[in-house]
Design a protein. Structure first.
Length: 253
């Protein structure tokens, strides 16, 4: 069975490794190519875009892909939409690996917003020290609120830097523990964190740290995604693939 994984997440890498260990799948992991030095992967990697829906559908047909797995980030709505439409056009089964969002618990102070622009507005006009826990390509709108001091942590350097008078840049690769993020927030005297509801354990440290420090989190709501077959764990994908491979064998495919 030939499997194409649309990746870039911790779960995609874990799934690729689990499939590689079994030795009965031919797996390719596709990365968008936005990170300069991605982590080593346990399967062959394809880097870069496909050219939209038609390009991806053509790739699925040309490479005779049997199953497409969408294991992209929960906020990669356009890529997920392209995956759903391309799989339908190429008549290739699709399973989405979508990690569950974080649930608000006692002690959390979340201000949920629908967009990055909404997050900028939620900061208000009184100067604050802000930790931007966002992708480096998503922070540009905060230049419209230059009164704040921004802390930006990213895997790759932010280039060009944010057009504000006061910004601090850290390059680091997660996962980060609650202790890591609590120390970071205290060291930089952060007043508020801006983040996505990414779900999963790898980036939950900042949420737990904010709860412990009684800090507010401006949380970007998840985008709406197309309805497709979806599960939320690597084990569930493996079970789905086992069923799909068994069904294909029964049909004589």
């Amino acid at each position: 069975m030939k499997i194409l994984i649309l990746g870039g997440t911790t779960e995609a890498r874990a799934l690729a490794g689990a499939l590689a260990e079994q030795g009965r799948f031919a797996v390719t992991l596709s990365l968008a190519g936005r990170t300069a030095n991605p982590l080593p992967q346990p399967v062959p990697v394809r880097s870069g875009g496909f050219g939209g829906v038609e390009g991806l559908a053509g790739f699925l047909r040309d490479e005779k892909i049997d199953v497409l797995v969408d294991a992209t980030h929960p906020y990669a709505a356009q890529i997920s939409a392209n995956a759903a439409n391309a799989a339908a056009r190429a008549n290739v089964p699709l399973i989405a690996l979508r990690r569950a969002p974080w649930a608000k618990t006692e002690g959390d102070h979340w201000i949920e917003v629908g967009s990055i622009v909404g997050a900028v507005k939620a900061l208000g006009s009184v100067p604050r020290r802000v930790f931007l826990a966002l992708g480096r390509k998503e922070i540009e709108p905060f230049a419209t609120a230059p009164e704040h001091v921004y802390l930006v942590r990213s895997v790759d350097p932010v280039d060009p830097p944010l057009a504000v008078p006061h910004a601090i840049y850290l390059t680091a690769r997660g996962p980060f523990t609650e202790a890591d993020d609590r120390a970071l927030l205290e060291r930089h005297r952060i007043d508020v964190v801006v983040a996505k509801n990414s779900g999963g354990a790898a980036s939950y440290g900042k949420i737990a740290a904010c709860r412990a420090l009684h800090l507010p989190v401006i949380l970007l709501e998840r985008p709406a995604l197309l309805e497709v077959a979806a599960v939320d764990t690597v084990a569930d994908v493996m079970a789905w693939l086992d069923h799909a491979s068994t069904s294909a064998a029964v049909r004589g495919v």
